[in-house]
Design a protein around this ligand. Structure first.
Ligand code: 13P
Length: 260
């Protein structure tokens, strides 16, 4: 079985300006240092708003912090007359490691289609960014028991034509929409069912070794009190954390889930 380094990624969404970002990054760094966090054992990433990224870069590079960071979205284009969009080239210049693609808040709120997300994945790879590709079903789909088919359909469409050399580094985040920001956490079995099926799909689309190396995260109301149980499942390799990543103490506890 491939060893996959767990990833705990904090999606700040549209929260915290660049001054508040400084405070949170510093507090998170101290808290993790106090807890003697082993970044080699559990990778820690933050995904702040675009306007915070330069500040985060300065802190991380200036103080040689071990956490990594990324953006919450990118343009499928590289440059030009695309008002309001942000190029992957700019994110790469800011030292971003990751970029979230296809969060349900963009699929639903901004009408982002699988075709567009496929272009965004290609754009991320053109600029050396690692996509965190999000997928997940709405409540009606789960009620009908179609969550696995729905999510696998998203994965297949979003990854169409992405070559194996690139997909090896991708991170996939399974986030059931009904569990996001609701306090309604999927059971560890619910998370495993879909994360395991995603890995099976990756093996079918690529090969077993590739599928075994890809990290699959769970997201949706993850907290320090429920993270260990979810992380106990064989196909869950980390968490994409919203609300709980805005508090340094709580997010640090999530990052130290093995000792929680
Ligand atoms: P919450 O952790 O606030 O439920 O958000 C999950 C999420 O959408 C992370 O991307």
């Amino acid at each position: 079985m491939a060893s996959r380094t767990p990833l705990m990624a904090g999606n700040w969404k549209m929260n915290l300006d660049h001054l508040q970002a400084t405070q949170l990054v510093q507090k998170l760094d101290w808290t993790l240092k106090d807890a003697e966090h082993d970044y080699g054992a559990v990778e820690v990433a933050i995904l702040p708003p675009f306007t915070d990224l330069r500040t985060v870069q300065t802190l991380v590079e200036g103080d040689k912090l071990s956490l990594v960071y990324g953006a919450q979205d990118l343009s499928p284009k590289d440059e030009g007359a695309y008002t309001g969009d942000i190029s992957g080239a700019f994110l790469a210049k800011l030292g971003c490691t990751y970029v979230t693609i296809g969060h349900s808040e963009r699929r639903e709120g901004h009408g982002e289609t699988d075709e567009l997300l496929n272009e965004k994945i290609q754009a991320a790879y053109r600029h050396g960014l690692t996509p965190i590709l999000c997928c997940g079903e709405a409540l009606e789909i789960r009620k009908e028991g179609r969550q696995v088919d729905h999510v696998l359909g998203q994965i297949e469409a979003d990854l169409a034509g992405i070559p194996v050399e690139q997909v090896r580094t991708i991170v996939i985040a399974y986030e059931p929409i009904w569990a996001i920001g609701t306090g309604e956490v999927a059971t560890p079995e619910d998370a495993q069912e879909v994360c395991g099926a995603i890995r099976g799909k990756l093996a079918e689309l690529y090969d077993e070794a590739t599928a075994a190396g890809i990290r699959i995260l769970y997201g949706g109301s993850v907290k320090s009190s429920n993270v260990s149980e979810i992380m106990g499942k064989p196909d869950v390799d980390g968490a994409l954390v919203g609300g709980a990543s805005l508090k340094a103490d709580e997010f640090a506890k999530i990052c130290g889930f093995e000792t929680a």
